[in-house]
Write a protein that binds this ligand. Structure first.
Ligand code: DQA
Length: 150
């Protein structure tokens, strides 16, 4: 069964208790369950990860690029958290590999502070899902599964 990498950046480990008015009360473990169940129904496994460290996320994108080339990975669902708005390293990593990356944000970043309006990932992402809560993860998995079927 091919896999989908669901990659989460800084502070998303605090989901459920972090600013619930903005991010809701769903925990990251709940999001993992949602992703695993939804992907399984579509014939995919999920490799679910979270890191607070930029370099670890860069390494994960490189690894995803290799797996995509080998045909074992359909793509990446990527909520890079605040690194979205700051990380040229993550932009370069996604640009450097061929794996499709769907950028996801739980909150509508465009309705928030102006520093969240720019994304270094959007220009290199295969698609972007913003502001639909954790449902965005499910939609991103759908998009990757559809894309993989051609
Ligand atoms: C976020 C939005 C980012 O601006 C923020 O830094 C996050 C979460 C979201 O999912 O809405 O950590 O990516």
């Amino acid at each position: 069964m091919p896999a989908i990498l669901v990659l989460n950046g800084p502070n998303l480990n605090l989901l459920g208790t972090r600013e619930p008015a903005t991010y809701g009360s769903t925990t990251l473990a709940d999001v993992e369950r949602l992703c695993v169940e939804h992907a399984r129904a579509l014939g995919y496994t999920v490799d679910f990860r979270q890191s607070n460290h930029e370099g670890v996320l860069v390494d994960a994108i490189h690894e995803a690029g290799r797996a995509f080339k080998e045909g074992t990975l359909a793509g990446v669902v990527f909520n890079a958290g605040a690194y979205t708005h700051t990380s040229i390293a993550l932009h370069d990593a996604v640009r450097a590999v061929e794996v499709p990356v769907i950028e996801v944000h739980i909150s509508n970043v465009h309705a928030r502070e102006s520093f969240r309006h720019h994304s270094w990932l959007s220009p290199v992402a295969a698609g972007i899902i913003v502001g639909l809560g954790v449902e965005g993860y499910r939609l991103a998995i759908d998009a990757l599964a559809r894309r993989a079927k051609g």
